[in-house]
Design a protein around this ligand. Structure first.
Ligand code: SAM
Length: 228
């Protein structure tokens, strides 16, 4: 079974030998792969809607992992208890939704659990939530999939870990530790977005505090920017 580069990047962040849960699983490719290749002994795959879970039934049968992967309807983590899994994946959703789903779950503050995120938009909101709530981003990667750049990162609750985070951190995460072409492309897009926003706000004489913050962030991004 071969995953797309984006889903392989997500699967690679899951720990070996754990029970994994995939939130918003749709086709359940990631849990099917993790169990079929022997990295995880068991998995839970959940979705908000029944339609995607029907896709999941087909994939699990195809890969011969129906017994080891249980399916459930769940809005985010609502139908989970902490004992259900060790690693929890949130892939292919927007950052705003991911933050909303985390915010209403009180048992995520457990250092034994690992959370893997692959936000399609607003990754900075997920990183900001994690930092503000005592989580440590452990690893982060970027890849191209059909010419689009994607990022994924893993995090664990670790309130004792309190480094000084620069304001730019939520826009860059741990990508400078794992630089490749996709990471550089992604950081270039962030740079261009922030610069355009600061320029536009400045022209309109609006939100001077935000302009000041963005002007502080831009030099940190600059070493990774590749402008043609
Ligand atoms: C774009 S698909 C991503 C599928 C897969 N995780 C991936 O990365 O390829 C998003 C999935 O999230 C599900 N979803 C949306 N909101 C959800 C929620 N609140 N709780 C659980 N699943 C949700 C959708 O039904 C859909 O199947």
């Amino acid at each position: 079974m071969k995953l797309s580069p984006r889903l392989q990047m997500v699967a690679d962040l899951v720990r070996e030998g754990v029970t994994v849960a995939d939130i918003g699983t749709d086709h359940a490719y990631v849990p099917a792969y993790l169990v079929a290749c022997g990295k995880c002994p068991a998995a839970v795959a959940s979705d908000l809607r029944e339609g995607p879970l029907m896709n999941a039934v087909t994939a699990l049968a195809l890969y011969g992992v129906t017994e080891q992967v249980s399916l459930r309807l769940s809005d985010g983590l609502d139908a989970y208890s902490p004992a259900d899994a060790d690693d929890f994946i949130f892939a292919g959703m927007g950052g705003t939704l991911i933050v909303e789903l985390l915010s209403r779950t009180d048992w995520i503050f457990d250092s034994g659990k690992r959370f893997i995120f692959q936000p399609m938009t607003h990754a900075e909101l997920v990183r900001a939530y994690l930092l503000q709530n005592g989580f440590h981003i452990l690893a982060e990667h970027a890849c191209f999939d059909e010419c689009r750049p994607y990022v994924a990162f893993s995090a664990a609750y670790d309130p004792a870990y309190r480094p000084h985070y620069r304001k730019s951190y939520i826009w860059m995460g741990e990508l400078p530790q794992a630089m490749n072409e996709a990471a550089s492309y992604y950081l270039t897009k962030q740079y261009i977005y922030l610069k355009k926003r600061a320029d536009a706000l400045e022209r309109a004489a609006m939100l001077p505090d935000e302009v000041r913050t963005i002007r502080e962030i831009l030099p940190d991004l600059l070493p990774y920017v590749r402008l043609k």
